[in-house]
Design a protein around this ligand. Structure first.
Ligand code: NAD
Ligand code: ZN
Ligand code: ZN
Length: 348
């Protein structure tokens, strides 16, 4: 079968022929219906070096996957061939305290996981291929009525990651609060929708691109602005000088972290989602009082079920552009060049 593979660190992906996977005991092979192109893949191609993460290329890209059950390994029950499913992407050991509650992201026995800290498309072969081997049937979530694999694929990361970040901060997203979304790309544009669908917070969105800001307005953002020199002042003015109760930084660069902390409200949250490589100096007077600063990685399996429900009910609807496998490299180029709106989904 054909697969888009990352051959090495600091290299472009290549479309190559690889053997079609067969399921072992407890495993499932999925016919891929959609595989999202995440900006993290660009970090894998361009920014990371050996040692940055606990695994190495080569592997097939695509960690945001949905499709149909194709073949069941021995002992797998509760799934049927042809059934549409979303793939929960982080694959932990399955038996530690975190994995048992569906938080494979923070598996406490990574040596016993199929790959430490990753999954399909992150260390192991992912979904940018005709078929995907899922090492344990527990990673599959049946798609609810109303969602097809193309629409579901981005929900497994571009939906799940902002959902997890927002859910952590729900107690601070009361009416008369403000959420600031920095970076309205694949994750951020779903983040705006999740905020609108699940909270009563005012939403302010920041992006360097006018089309991204237009998308944020389309999805209900109350105020959109470019990160110009007056951005902090405008955010403070829009919040009655209080600032943002919750800052979600989907970029994570020096400039966005600086903007975020400069407008965070006392007692607020600053959540760093983007891997932009920035740093944030923390000091007594440098951070507003009692602001919690946190990084987040993906989300939990129960949260994926909740995100799929929001999608199935039409409460969130990622903006998707589809590409064939032979156009996948072009999709990544468009993502890199910032000419893509919402999420690119590869349909093999
Ligand atoms: P994307 O390229 O689709 O979106 C990024 C958006 O940020 C774009 O709209 C871009 O115009 C905007 N942007 C870039 N620089 C900016 C700046 N200085 N100020 C304001 N806006 C700016 O990327 P994506 O797929 O949404 O991923 C976003 C980031 O999140 C990436 O770093 C990715 O690796 C990371 N990520 C993290 C997790 C996690 O679990 N923590 C999961 C998925 C992705
Ligand atoms: Zn991702
Ligand atoms: Zn575990």
């Amino acid at each position: 079968m054909r697969a888009l593979r990352l051959p090495n660190w600091k290299s472009e992906p290549e479309l190559t022929e690889v053997p079609r996977p067969e399921p072992g005991p407890g495993q499932v092979v999925i016919k891929v219906g959609g595989a999202g192109a995440c900006h993290s893949d660009l970090h894998l191609m361009h920014d990371f070096e050996a040692g940055a993460v606990p695994w190495n290329p080569p592997f097939t890209l695509g960690h945001e996957n949905a499709g149909w059950v194709h073949a069941l390994g021995a002992g797998v029950t509760g799934l049927t061939e042809g059934q549409p499913v979303a793939v929960y992407g982080p694959w932990g050991c399955g038996t530690c305290a975190r994995c048992r509650v569906g938080v494979d992201t923070y598996c406490e026995n990574p040596a016993a996981a199929p790959v430490p800290g990753g999954g399909g498309g992150l260390g192991l072969d992912g979904g940018m291929a005709e078929y995907l081997l899922v090492p344990d049937a527990r990673h599959l979530v049946p798609l609810p009525e109303g969602l097809d694999p193309v629409a579901a694929a981005p929900l497994t990361d571009a939906g799940l990651t902002p959902y997890h970040a927002i859910r952590r901060s729900l107690p601070k997203l009361l009416p008369d609060s403000t959420a600031l979304v920095i970076g309205v790309g694949g994750l951020g544009h779903v983040g705006v929708q999740i905020l609108k669908a699940t909270t009563a917070a005012r939403v302010i969105a920041v992006d360097t691109r006018d089309d991204a800001l237009a998308l944020a307005r389309e999805y209900g953002a109350d105020l959109t602005l470019r990160p110009d020199s007056d951005a902090a002042e405008r955010i403070r003015a829009a919040t009655g000088s209080r600032g943002a109760d919750v800052v979600l930084d989907f970029v994570g660069a020096d400039a966005t972290l600086k903007l975020g902390v400069s407008v965070a409200r006392t007692l607020g949250d600053l959540t760093i989602v983007g891997l932009g490589g920035g740093t944030l100096p923390v000091s007594f007077f440098g951070v507003p009082y009692e602001v919690s600063i946190q990084t987040v990685y993906w989300g939990s399996r129960p949260e994926l079920i909740e995100v799929l429900d929001l999608g199935a009910r039409g409460l969130i609807k990622p903006k998707i552009t589809t590409f064939g496998l032979d156009q996948a490299v072009d999709a990544y180029h468009q993502l890199r060049d910032g000419t893509l709106e919402g999420r690119a989904v590869i349909v093999p």
